[in-house]
Ligand binder design. Structure first.
Ligand code: HEM
Length: 458
């Protein structure tokens, strides 16, 4: 086993011994990453049986390609994803399977074309400016995870809920948080195949906030139907326009609302995490931060970044790519085998759980040089390794529909922030990567924030 390099940014403590059901249960409640064996960062496949359920953790790019693409019909999302999210977002795009998934995906696709994302990008530039204004008055210190959640909610809220008249981001985010806190910690145990039956009493606590968010979404839908589409079609317009090519039907109000909420849940915290971890890594490596500042000032010259700048902000994009490698927000994906198959020469049986530990894949010793180090230059010529070794957005037909939206947003916000502020670490322990539905910085990302005297020079 490699010794930890003191220079490397914080990483999760992976398991190095065989754990029983109870210990795995406690670890999964604390931090789902702690159910990943350290050996997953060195071997192509690990298999086991926990509480009667057979599971396989796969880190072999060719096998992952088979699971996500070539034999995708055999590996639908495992019931755990559905169990956590269905009460909140129904049988929407994120959780649906088969034909019901296909037509919802087609209905939403027009929002995420390159042209439409560029047309929506002014909303992202405005959110970047608003985030800068808040940092100017933060008193020199800020918790950047929360700050980035606020910024990305400004964006997703405007492309989904405009018209509700109730766009209180703190409220909507708080309600989603309380829902996730009450369901995800328990239900994710199923990923490990641990058949614990725990009364889900805490779900009650989420019922009222969830009802209120649903009402807000319903208001937005009713308002949009009455007022007609926005000048630039947003998520709600696309969903209202979507027609099932087979049956010719449109989404009913229930389906519209579930999908709106799906986009909010899937879209804002993930992008906020990409930004927050990027800022942490830049504070941790001031040399890279200065290089990045030089790029942003050269390209932006003091302006707020726009979609037209994104292709020229290549180091900004590399930093985000590297943050998504070290701290992938969707750090574990899970599938359920429908029929017998073979992966890495190993028998997969019907009903086996197939886990893609993206966190371990991105730090795999056979796939990456110095896997735990922060080095955005590894992305200087595009993707440095096998396409199926770097999967922050998944791949195949279920690949993240919002990937280019998220990357455009992250580049615009990060470049604008770095061109206007210098970020430094504060004394004390750094954040700990903890997975609760997404990979979050436990303890927060507390940084010193110095407003730069001039927007054109550092
Ligand atoms: C950095 C930000 C993001 C990351 C890391 C991310 C990651 C992912 C991943 C890994 C998946 C595939 C899950 C699986 O195969 O089990 C996914 C699916 C999805 N994402 Fe994202 N996502 C991000 C941003 C967004 C945004 C901005 C939106 C929408 C505005 C979005 C909407 C969705 C939806 C609807 C799906 C389900 C697609 C389908 O099943 O057809 N995501 N995302």
């Amino acid at each position: 086993m490699n010794a930890d390099n003191a220079e490397d940014p914080p990483k999760a403590r992976l398991v190095t011994e065989v754990w029983g059901v109870f210990r795995s249960f406690l670890a999964a409640r604390r931090n789902l990453l702690e159910i990943i064996p350290e050996a997953a960062t060195r071997r192509p496949i690990l298999s086991g049986r926990t509480g009667g359920v057979r599971w396989h953790m796969v880190c072999d790019p060719a096998s992952i390609r088979r699971i996500l693409k070539d034999n995708v019909a055999n590996y639908p999302k495992s019931p755990v994803t559905k169990n956590i999210l269905e009460p909140a977002i129904g049988d929407s795009l994120f959780v649906a399977e088969g034909e019901h998934w296909r037509w919802q995906r087609q209905a939403a696709a027009p929002v995420f074309t390159y042209r439409n994302v560029a047309a929506l990008a002014p909303i992202m530039s405005e959110a970047a400016d608003a985030a800068c204004r808040r940092l100017e008055t933060c008193g020199g210190k800020a918790e950047m995870h929360e700050a980035m959640v606020r910024a990305t909610f400004d964006v997703i809220g405007r492309v989904t809920l405009t018209g509700s008249g109730r766009m209180d981001s703190a409220f909507v985010h708080g309600a989603i948080e309380s829902y996730i806190a009450s369901t995800a910690r328990i239900s994710l145990l199923d990923i490990a195949g641990i058949p614990m039956r725990i009364p889900r009493l805490r779900q009650w606590t989420s019922t009222k906030p969830l009802r209120t968010i649903r009402r807000i979404a319903d208001e937005a839908i009713a308002h949009r139907i009455a007022s007609g589409p926005m000048p630039v079609p947003d998520v709600l317009d696309a969903l209202l326009d979507g027609i099932d090519p087979e049956s010719g039907r449109r989404m009913n109000p229930h389906e519209l609302r579930d999908n709106l909420l799906a986009f909010i849940v899937a879209g804002h915290e993930t992008t906020a995490l990409a930004l927050a971890w990027s800022l942490f890594l830049l504070a941790y490596d001031p040399g890279v931060q200065e290089r990045l500042r030089a790029e942003t000032i050269a390209v932006l010259g003091g302006r707020t970044a726009t979609a037209a700048d994104v292709n020229r902000l290549s180091l900004t994009r590399q930093v985000i790519d590297e943050a998504l490698r070290l701290y992938p927000p969707a750090a574990i994906l899970s599938r359920s085998a429908q029929r017998a198959d073979e992966l890495c020469g190993r028998d997969i049986r019907q009903g086996d759980t197939v886990i893609l530990p993206i966190y371990a894949l991105h730090r795999h010793h056979q796939l990456w040089d110095r896997p735990d180090s922060f080095d955005p230059d590894r992305f200087s010529n595009g993707r440095p390794v096998d396409r199926f070794a770097y999967l922050p957005f998944g791949d195949g037909p279920r690949v993240c529909i919002g990937a280019s939206f998220a990357l455009t947003e992250a580049v615009i916000i990060l470049a604008t922030l770095i061109s206007r502020f210098r970020f430094r670490r504060l004394p004390g322990p750094g954040p700990k990567p903890v997975m609760i539905l997404t990979l979050r910085p436990h303890g927060g990302i507390h940084l010193e924030v110095e407003a730069l005297p001039s927007r054109t020079a550092s």
